[in-house]
Ligand binder design. Structure first.
Ligand code: BG6
Ligand code: MG
Length: 217
């Protein structure tokens, strides 16, 4: 098999933090005087914090200056931090740990490739930091997904070429980033929402190393 490393997105792949991002953004929207729906929130998946704010302001048809934007982004993050403070290993999505263990025992390296600046904090909360051979998060990259930077840096830290990497992603921006990096891609979610992945699976519960080998022999 060609695959020597697997790169995992965090939000929506390893844990379901979209709900915490949503309730924090919803509060900010309420404060600005409009309702931000769960459907609107879908557009924020995989997108950086500042770009998320821009989308929120577009939905609310609100124009504010740079300083107000910085203030709102900080406020949103403080709300978000107060929610993720209480996260535990129970929130790791089903099947993730057994699959990672299978990868490790078959000599496949594991990296995190996340847009989130809170990724390390979350990994500590869910006690998963030590599983990763490399962690690339929103603090280490200049260009947000769909730019391939986050995944290319992961490959460099692991010492493998992009052609030997497989990415697991739940957001279109992330799939596009992996494609731009020249990596293999498995989407997590529904096929109709995830274009250009090699395969799409609903989650890791019914997925295993044998299936992976059969796809990438
Ligand atoms: C991504 C999420 O993983 O991280 C986005 O899918 C989020 O919704 C982005 O906006 C940035 O997260 P943070 O934690 O740096 O605000
Ligand atoms: Mg994600």
């Amino acid at each position: 098999m060609n695959i020597r490393a697997c790169l995992f997105d965090l939000d929506g792949v390893v844990v379901d933090t979209a709900k915490y991002h949503y309730i924090a953004w919803e509060k900010i929207a309420d404060e600005l005087g409009f309702h931000f729906t769960e459907k609107d929130n879908e557009r924020l998946k995989g997108v950086s914090r500042m770009e998320s704010l821009e989308i929120l302001l577009e939905v609310g048809k609100i124009k504010i200056d740079y300083y107000k934007k910085e203030e709102l982004a900080l406020k949103k993050n403080n709300l978000y931090l107060s929610y993720i403070q209480r996260m535990t290993p129970d929130e790791i999505l089903p099947g993730v740990i057994p699959f990672m263990d299978e990868l490790k025992s078959n000599g496949i390296m594991i990296a995190l490739g996340s847009a989130s600046k809170n990724a390390l904090f979350i990994l500590e909360k869910i006690k998963l930091t030590l599983k990763f051979d490399a962690v690339i998060d929103g603090n280490k990259v200049k260009n947000a997904k769909p730019d391939p930077e986050v995944f290319l840096k992961g490959a460099i830290e692991l010492g493998v070429t992009p052609q030997n990497c497989l990415v697991f992603e739940d957001a279109q921006a992330g799939i596009d980033a992996a494609r731009n990096a020249g990596m293999y891609i498995i989407g997590i979610g529904q096929t109709e929402n995830l274009k250009n992945a090699d395969h799409v699976i609903p989650g890791f519960q019914k997925f295993n190393f044998n299936q992976l080998v059969s796809w990438y022999m």
